[in-house]
Ligand binder design. Structure first.
Ligand code: TXA
Ligand code: MG
Length: 340
């Protein structure tokens, strides 16, 4: 067990570079969620990420760089379409998967022949990578299986005693992890939806698919293109059920539920009509607010010992698809559909 982790802020975050240089683990803020960072060329540090998170070793890590030139030597080739997306959306919440070179250790790639790369948009993250001059591997800085951390406090609650430090860069702008798109096959395919939306990608490169695992559980024996998709994810301790219904039907449904410690996980606009306890995750038409709040509110449900929560299903377009995808996983794919 390590000592208490250090909490660094904008006055002393350069210390993070020293810790990373000497093989330590530092959680860093990004515009999506906090990442648990290590030097990609330090095999021991990389292995320690898996230990600290309790992460299965076949689940690959995203490599974070601070400028496009750093991609040289990491990927075997970059397609025209991948380059177009990088030019348009980096720095930003988009992760691009390409064939890897031998420079990428198989511990980082989880044994795959591809590597996931992104340039984050948070100033502190970019400065740390720049100063170190080496790419950082960084999965979300949560214990494996629990919701991703969107504040330094979340990181502290999950990983204190297991990592060296966290850099406190405030609450994350988007609150859901980056969009992951793979260029390993013939057609680009979105493996995880995020704030760079399907609609935005389509507009930039045309043809793009959405992987089936975004909407549905893998069948037994089916292989996940993105290993992370096969694990239970984003789950608070309490049971989560999604209710796919319009406002009136949602309210009627939850108001008829009986039992203790049952909560509505709802829009602000639902609140005046609810007869059961509730936690709101944002206003109906403010998808960015919803995504920024989502993981924080899921964590809060455990704090108040909620037993079952019934989620007012988010919109499934734009960044709403990212919310729906994360909630589906929290819910173990349990959805109640109420026909309109
Ligand atoms: O926003 C984000 O992406 C955050 C911040 C810290 O950058 N990072 C993050 O990392 O969410 P992580 O490890 O929690 O999620 C990465 C996802 C996993 O589902 C993993 O399986 C997938 O990306 N992935 C990584 N490399 C891959 C590869 N080569 N092929 C397919 N999937 C890959
Ligand atoms: Mg994660």
């Amino acid at each position: 067990m390590k000592n208490n982790m250090k909490i660094l802020d904008y006055t002393n975050y350069y210390e993070a570079v020293e810790i990373l240089k000497s093989g330590g683990l530092v959680a860093i803020p990004t515009e999506t969620v906090y990442g648990l960072a290590a030097n990609i060329y330090d095999e021991k540090a990389i292995s320690n990420i898996f230990v600290a998170k309790g992460r299965p070793s076949d689940n690959p890590l995203i490599v974070h760089i601070s400028n496009i030139n750093m991609i040289q030597g990491l990927v075997a080739k970059i397609t025209y379409q991948a380059r177009a997306l990088a030019d348009k959306f980096w720095p930003g919440p988009l992760t691009i998967i390409l064939p890897k070179t031998d420079k990428i250790n198989s511990i980082v790639s989880g044994g795959l022949d591809t590597v996931a790369i992104r340039i984050p948009k948070h100033k502190m993250a970019l400065n740390i990578i720049d100063k170190l001059g080496i790419p950082l591997a960084a999965p979300s800085a949560n214990r494996s299986g629990s919701p991703s951390p969107t504040s330094a406090k979340h990181v502290y609650n999950d990983l204190n005693g297991r990592i060296d430090a966290v850099v406190d860069g405030g609450v994350c702008e988007y609150g859901v992890e980056s969009t992951v798109i793979s260029f390993a096959g013939d057609i680009p395919i979105i493996l995880r939806p995020g704030a760079v939306t399907y609609e935005m990608i389509r507009e930039t490169i045309g043809d793009v698919q959405i992987d089936k695992s975004v909407y549905s559980k893998l069948e037994i024996g089916q292989k996940a293109i993105s290993p992370g998709m096969k694990y239970k994810h984003y789950s608070p301790e309490c049971k989560v059920v999604i209710v796919d219904a319009d406002a009136q039907d949602y309210i009627e449904y939850v108001n008829n539920l009986l039992g203790e410690d049952i909560y509505a996980f709802c829009y602000e606009e639902d609140i005046p009509f609810l007869k059961i306890p509730y936690i709101s995750y944002g206003s109906k038409n403010n998808l960015l607010e919803q995504s920024r709040n989502l993981f924080d509110r899921l964590r809060y449900l455990d704090k108040i010992n909620a037993k079952i929560v019934y989620v007012h299903c988010p919109k499934k377009t734009g960044i709403g698809l990212a919310l729906y995808n994360r909630l589906l996983r929290s819910a173990g794919f349990e959805v109640i559909n109420i026909e309109k």
